[in-house]
Design a protein around this ligand. Structure first.
Ligand SMILES: Cc1cc2nc3c(=O)[nH]c(=O)nc-3n(C[C@H](O)[C@H](O)[C@H](O)COP(=O)(O)O)c2cc1C
Ligand code: SF4
Ligand code: SF4
Ligand code: SF4
Ligand code: FES
Length: 627
């Protein structure tokens, strides 16, 4: 049990000396870390782990290595990863068959397995150390502190990484001083809105004493986003500690995590962390000998996007339908069971222990004038390095996409980046040198959102992109208010009409008018922001909408009703591979009974073709293209 500040300090010192020894190899062992984030687990990381354990025992290497599973390494598209200390050699895209070679060559023979190293997509250079990979160079890990380096199920490793030091400092301060620390840090909510966290806490603090709650929003419904999942999987105690500091500051004794059930790994690790902290006496009564008592509860969400909206989330925790309610009253005044409550995002709470541990100045030294600290992005789409990145606010989109993301694959042209998910908008070539912060992104017609960042290249149709988001929103609208329930459906129909080549310019005018109506009349943020992808693509790529409507043409050849596949007779050697792939026999057959003769070029019957693209993907001679 850790009952006093002195106990915590003593235990943390012990644990950090032990972990430090492991990383430096001072215990005479090599320290192997395997990524145990969901991305790598879905690419057999558990099987690879089992193979390591089996072979380490079989090869008698138990006294030479120490083996740990940790959270996400960030560059998920290159997983599964293994990192070996003290050299910090990073192996990527591992398969079960590679384990033996790593143990024999690297662990036993001290020779790096070159073929498993990361290859820079720009220079084609092989890079052995994680820190030398450009993807990691510009990153600063505050919310992702210790994610990918500690075993999230090992309480001692979390203590070694500083867990509960922030809470210990907070408990020695006056509650209002803690709020001032957060106000001074400039921390703003990472869940999307960017509301100053300290101000939110102050509102709840100012409410009369009595039952109050801290709620952690781990719903994370944006398509492509997994920042919160990775934090909860990689260092759950940091978020628990952030929640407890918030609880102390506002005068709450109970906290609720709301995490979507589709995150089973995050949920299991969070449950484990809560249990371990309870066992250690760090959750419960009179924490560290103070007057502060706190309990942590967990509720699972069923995966509805709208349940991430704070009032819908509160309803859901209370066992009611996850539908938003009008604000005011805001949760800080009337929240969970009508008591003052603060709702904070996972990433927001993960920043809090750092601020208290290191002091607000250490956080505020990063960022821009009005957006301090760092932001985690889930970088996805048409970019070489897909994954999770945490960068100081003020980093430019160019740095994010080209230096960290490694640029656009296959020599294609960058077209746009969608930030803010379905509530956000797209930013284009001319915005590449914009420093990323809350206000700049809004000024450019998008928003920070929770950190989804999807890169698009010349092959993306921007009308189709707007349709994709509207389709998502339409499914996720809770139906409580008619502007959103009916308006999103009608907007989707209009977009479909455009991508089908059946729309007129009058339809486009009606779409814009409806977008404005839905924006200003919907009850919650879901409906209020639903038209954003349409409005921003219309602003930046108006010519694409015009081409679909006036010329019945999709410039990117994406919209199925406005494109066709064609075979170039000059390039086609008649091999027939495409014909065998075609599921609807739309490609002309060849008579193979005349050996010696050059096989004739194939042709596609557009009437039969269902535009699945399988033929184009199979042709080795680049003879098939979209027109
Ligand atoms: C439709 C909708 C979905 C949302 N989803 C999330 C979410 O998944 N996670 C989150 O933290 N905030 C989400 N929010 C924002 C929350 O309502 C709330 O502002 C946030 O949790 C506050 O935490 P923060 O101040 O730390 O950002 C969503 C908002 C809307 C309108
Ligand atoms: S705006 Fe949409 S999601 Fe929000 S309450 Fe209305 S119908 Fe429900
Ligand atoms: S796969 Fe390519 S080269 Fe072969 S028949 Fe089809 S189009 Fe011609
Ligand atoms: S696109 Fe699909 S359906 Fe059309 S010809 Fe090629 S394989 Fe057949
Ligand atoms: S899950 Fe392994 S690198 Fe992200």
């Amino acid at each position: 049990m850790i009952k006093t500040f002195a106990d915590l300090e003593q235990k943390a010192t012990q644990c950090s000396a032990c972990l430090d020894q492991k990383f430096k190899g001072a215990d005479g062992k090599r320290h192997i870390l395997i990524c145990g984030g969901t991305g790598c687990l879905s690419s057999n990381a558990n099987e690879i782990k089992a193979e390591f354990e089996r072979l380490i025992a079989e090869m008698g290497l138990g006294d030479k290595v120490d083996f740990n599973q940790v959270g996400c390494f960030g560059m998920c598209s290159q997983g599964p990863f293994v990192k070996i200390y003290p050299e910090e050699t990073l192996y990527r895209m591992l398969k079960v068959e590679d384990v033996k070679e790593i143990l024999e060559s690297d662990i036993k023979g001290g020779k790096i397995v070159e073929r498993l190293l990361y290859v820079d997509p720009v220079t084609q250079e092989k890079i052995a150390k994680q820190d030398d990979i450009p993807f990691y160079k510009k990153q600063v890990h505050i919310a992702l502190h210790a994610v990918g380096s500690i075993d999230p199920e090992n309480f001692d490793e979390a203590l070694a990484a500083g867990a509960f030091k922030g809470l210990a400092r907070a408990l020695k301060m006056d509650r209002k001083e803690v709020i001032d620390e957060i106000l001074n840090s400039g921390l703003r909510g990472r869940g999307g809105g960017g509301f100053p966290t300290g101000r939110k806490w102050l509102f709840a603090y100012q409410q009369p004493d009595g039952e109050k709650y801290v709620v952690c929003n781990g719903d994370e419904g944006d398509p492509g986003a997994f920042m919160d999942e990775a934090i909860l999987e990689g260092n759950p105690l940091a978020v628990i500690e952030g929640m407890m500091i918030a609880g102390y500051a506002i005068g709450a004794q109970n906290g609720y995590f709301y995490v979507r059930a589709e995150y089973p790994v995050a949920v299991a690790r969070l449950q484990n962390a809560i249990k371990q902290a309870e066992k250690a006496g760090l959750i419960g009564d009179n924490i560290l000998g103070s007057n502060f008592s706190f309990r942590v509860n967990l509720r699972l969400g069923a995966g509805a996007f709208v349940c991430g909206e704070e009032t819908a989330l509160l309803n859901s925790i209370q066992g009611q339908r996850g539908m938003p309610r009008p604000r005011p009253p805001f949760p800080a005044v009337k929240g969970l069971w009508d008591s003052p409550s603060i709702v904070n995002n996972v990433e927001t709470l993960a920043c809090v222990p750092y601020i208290l541990r290191e002091g607000w100045q250490e956080f505020a030294k990063y960022g821009t004038e009005k957006s301090k600290g760092t932001k985690v992005f889930a970088l996805a789409g048409k970019v070489n390095n897909v994954g999770l990145v945490e960068v100081p606010m003020g980093t430019t989109l160019r740095e994010l996409i080209y230096e960290i993301g490694g640029g656009i694959p296959n020599g294609k042209e960058f077209k746009a980046i969608q930030t803010g998910g379905p509530s956000g908008g797209c930013l284009t070539q001319k915005d590449l040198d914009t420093p990323i912060d809350y206000d700049n992104l809004i000024a450019k017609g998008s928003m920070m959102g929770s950190g989804g960042a999807i890169v698009m290249d010349e092959d993306n149709c921007m009308v189709d992109v707007a349709k994709f988001y509207m389709d998502f929103i339409c499914d996720e609208s809770c139906g409580k208010c008619s502007p959103c329930r009916i308006g999103t459906k009608r907007m989707l129909e209009m977009l479909t009409k455009i991508t089908d080549g059946k729309a007129t310019m009058e339809d486009l005018d009606a779409l814009q008018e409806l977008a404005a109506t839905v924006k200003s009349n919907s009850l919650c943020g879901l409906g209020q922001t639903a038209p954003n992808p349409i409005l921003s693509t219309l602003k930046a790529f108006r010519e694409e909408y015009d081409a679909h409507i006036l010329e019945k043409r999709c410039p990117a050849h994406v919209c199925k009703n406005l494109m066709k596949y064609e075979i170039d007779k000059e390039k086609c050697i008649g091999c027939g591979l495409c014909e065998r792939q075609c599921p609807v026999s739309a490609i002309s057959k060849t008579d193979y009974t005349a050996p010696g003769k050059k096989l004739p070029a194939r042709a596609i019957d557009s009437e039969k073709c269902i535009k699945c693209g399988l033929c184009m993907a199979s042709c080795k001679f680049g003879a098939i293209s979209k027109k």
